[in-house]
Design a protein around this ligand. Structure first.
Ligand code: GDP
Length: 494
């Protein structure tokens, strides 16, 4: 259903900038732009995909700025409607005046994400692609950008479509068995159907298994810098980042809160968190900092435990406890203060298995070995090798889990496995067939029921549920309220 109003928003970030783009979309986009444009040609007469040069004039007023208008005629535009993009000078004043003039001429200020929402509603993008627009803008690394662009380009939608095509054929087979109940069933046929369900479930399971690492790639690695007060954590963070992001002090316990800064290695963002010293915090503020440090350490993808080589025991045991189970690098810091080759021996717990590097946080080049170890940790991680999977939002992930559960149930039912009782979307409960199933004892082959006894109706419910979940990933059958909620999270102008 086409929209009857024309929306407008500044599409670029605000603040001092050379250029800004204001975007108009809707049936009156060309006419509204024409009212404020003075040039050789009017946008109304322009062909699609043309750029017009001229002046922008405020309502009834003088020329405001020199502008370029990019003209896109429906349906060949981002939204599928008539679109005009006005490039003007940036900064706070010009784009605001352009925006206000266009609103005065009848355009309505766009809601967050409304351009992309229109693109979705006009069939220019499916829902998975529309969500990827946000991921492209949010991407923090080259790899994250590639994954988001893959989704925007339809990679996730293609994977879903290919699964769905398989599902449709299996569902058709199952339903044909419902239609002709008297037919003699070959056990091998049913087993083949079950195997196809398992294969589809395997694809989804593999996808889900790889999501945590993909997400780490997208959101960057969280790196916690852990150690006792005064061992040189802040100095190390400063040295890594290259400027005084943290305040270094000779009084123990000055880093009361966590401090964050980012560096990029191997095209991946490492979000470094300098934590308050691990020790019994005396005052309340510091205790809060310590708790936050513990949380930061728990959530970390990589830990850097800083030990002061002049007092190697300080904080070692507590740090070891904190980083248990997390890939860890030990920075043997202040190594300038101890004799040449001295290295730690007999480090406690997890630290004993960690990579150990020397560092001098206060000397130029003193963290080179640490950076090399961090680079190796990032490069060796399966996150950085393995093949790409397209960006998958939390909503899509939860739908994939629904699909997986339904496929597992359908596979179980078709194999005649006892206990694989359907609890599909339609709230289906055990039918008489299901009750018979629960009492069946599967043999070693897993086939406890003869082909005639298989509850095809329940399997069909689960396969339909799997299709529903996959369909919603790309927007099929998605509630309007859900769609609205997705676009509300976008920024204005997108
Ligand atoms: P934090 O409490 O762990 O964050 O420690 P700071 O970074 O505040 O450092 C405590 C003190 O140790 C400061 O005076 C630093 O200048 C000093 N320091 C840190 N790293 C080194 C190092 O590698 N060598 C030497 N000689 N001093 C260091």
């Amino acid at each position: 259903m086409p929209h009857d109003d024309t929306i407008v928003a500044i599409a670029t970030a605000t603040g001092d900038a050379a250029l800004a783009v204001t975007r108009l979309s809707g049936p009156d986009a060309l006419a509204i732009a024409a009212r404020h444009f003075r040039g050789k040609r009017s946008p109304i007469d322009s062909e699609s995909h043309r750029i017009l040069f001229g002046e922008f004039v405020a309502s009834g007023g003088p020329a405001l700025d020199t502008v370029l208008l990019s003209i896109f005629r429906a349906p060949h535009s981002y939204t599928g409607e008539d679109v005009v993009e006005i490039s003007s000078h940036g900064g706070p004043a010009v784009p605001r005046a352009v925006l206000e003039s266009l609103i005065a001429s009848g355009a309505r200020p766009a809601r967050p994400g409304e351009f992309t929402e229109r693109a979705y509603r006009n069939g220019k993008l499916d829902l998975a692609q529309a969500e990827a627009v946000a991921a492209v803008v949010r991407a923090r690394s080259d790899r994250a950008l590639r994954a988001a662009e893959a989704t925007l380009g339809g990679e996730l939608s293609r994977r879903v479509a290919s699964l769905d095509a398989d599902l449709v054929t299996v569902l058709a087979e199952v339903e044909s068995r419902l239609d002709f109940p008297g037919d003699v069933r070959e056990a091998a046929d049913v087993r083949a159907l079950a195997a196809r369900c398992d294969a589809m479930a395997g694809v989804v399971r593999d996808w889900l298994d790889r999501l945590p690492s993909a997400r780490r790639r997208e959101e960057g690695w969280r790196v916690a810098i852990v150690g006792a007060p005064n061992v040189g954590k802040s100095s190390l963070l400063n040295a890594l980042v290259g400027y005084d992001r943290a305040i270094v002090s000779e009084e123990p316990g000055t880093t009361r809160d966590t401090i964050e800064a980012s560096i990029w290695l191997e095209g991946v963002e490492l979000r470094l968190t300098d934590t308050a010293g691990v020790r019994d915090a005396a005052d309340r503020v510091e205790r809060l900092g310590v708790e936050r440090a513990e949380r930061a350490a728990e959530a970390a993808d990589l830990a850097i435990v800083v030990l002061d080589s002049t007092r190697p025991d300080a904080g070692a045991a507590e740090s070891a406890r904190l980083v248990e189970g997390i890939p860890t690098i030990v920075a043997w810091n202040k190594s300038d203060l101890v004799g040449g080759d001295a290295m730690p021996v007999g480090l406690p717990g997890a630290l004993g298995r960690a990579v150990v590097v020397k560092s001098v946080a206060v000397r130029a080049g003193g963290v080179a070995a640490l950076v090399a170890a961090m680079r190796a940790a990032v490069a060796e991680s399966p996150v950085s090798s393995g093949d790409e999977i397209p960006t998958t939002s939390a909503r899509q992930e939860s739908l994939l889990r629904d699909a997986l559960a339904a496929l597992d149930r359908a596979g179980g039912l078709l194999r005649g496995v006892a206990g694989a009782v359907s609890v599909g979307a339609a709230g289906a409960v055990a039918s008489p067939a299901g009750a018979a199933l629960a009492g069946a004892s599967p043999g070693p082959s897993g086939a406890g029921l003869s082909p005639e006894e298989i509850p095809y109706d329940l399997a069909a419910v689960d396969l339909t549920e799997a299709r529903r979940a996959l369909g919603e990933i790309v927007g099929r059958g998605v509630d309007d309220a859900v769609v609205a909620a997705i676009f509300q999270r976008f920024c204005i102008g997108k």
